[in-house]
Write a protein that binds this ligand. Structure first.
Ligand code: B12
Length: 207
């Protein structure tokens, strides 16, 4: 399929979860790093990373409906599961493929796929960058689904999981020896300005 527009959302807390003191003060590094890798590996893709801890739910919905991404990736914690399901439904009605990642999705992925039709795929990787990039390559027709590391998905026979290493541990010429150094420095400009303004205004340095 043609993938030209992707939205990655760090889903904000559900309304019945209390905030901690520094909530909304730090950038959502996970989605920024995923967006950075995506831009590097697939330069023709336009990608928006957004922190739902700061950007209001209605604004994210409007973003999905106006940008019309073919793929929406959601970073899902136990404390943001209900909101994540809501965004998945919005994304599906806008015609997007949906994928969940982060702790809650990684641990409960099988149950989620069994029960939630709006969730198409789950990434169970702790280090998600290589898996996500391979997943997008699969969607574009560039590699088989079975080769996407740590992907959980539905098949006719049931739910399958690719238990492949999430990082390539083999030393390769021209690439850093430490595999984690193969993850590019996160491009923080991929988060919108209003997210940065919110982090700055809740920083103790401003008070
Ligand atoms: C820094 C941090 C914060 C910061 C910034 C959070 C942020 N938005 O990024 C602040 C202080 C704001 C914060 C707030 C909260 N946090 Co916090 N936080 C952390 C901490 C210490 C590190 C997270 C991090 O930056 N990791 C580095 C990035 C690069 O990795 P990552 O986010 O895990 O993402 C990678 C993978 O998970 C995966 N991935 C993630 N999302 C997706 C999505 C897709 C589509 C794919 C394919 C892959 C993928 O790929 C990413 C790149 O490798 C973790 C503990 C830990 N050591 O992990 C707790 C942790 C995530 N926080 C936690 C909690 C509970 C909260 C709050 C709910 C607290 C509260 N009541 O207010 C809020 C929620 C805020 C929110 N929804 O964004 C819990 C989550 C528990 C759970 N499993 O559900 C953790 C695990 C701590 C704990 N052990 O209790 N947090």
């Amino acid at each position: 399929m043609n993938i030209t527009r992707v939205i990655l959302i760090n889903v904000g807390k559900d309304s019945d979860v209390s905030s901690i003191a520094n909530d909304g003060s730090f950038p959502a590094l996970g989605v920024v790093s995923l967006a950075t890798v995506l831009k590097q590996a697939h330069p023709n893709i336009e990608v928006i990373a957004v922190d739902g801890q700061v950007t209001h739910r209605a604004d994210i919905e409007a973003m999905i409906n106006s940008f019309r991404p073919q793929l929406v990736g959601l970073s899902v914690l136990g404390s943001s599961y209900k909101t994540s399901l809501h965004f998945a439904a919005v994304a599906k009605s806008a015609g997007a493929v949906t994928i969940f990642g982060n702790d809650h999705a990684a641990v409960l992925g099988r149950q989620i796929l069994q029960r939630r039709k709006d969730v198409d795929y789950i990434c169970t990787a702790d280090i998600g960058e290589f898996s996500f990039s391979a997943f997008v390559n699969f969607l574009k027709g560039g590699q088989p689904i079975e080769s996407v590391p740590r992907l959980l998905y539905r098949t006719r026979e049931g739910i399958a999981h690719n238990d492949l290493p999430e990082v390539d541990m083999i030393r390769r010429p021209g690439l850093p020896a430490n595999v984690l150094d193969r993850i590019p420095v996160p491009d923080r400009r991929l988060l919108p300005d209003h997210n940065w303004n919110a982090y700055l205004s809740s920083s103790p340095l401003q008070n």
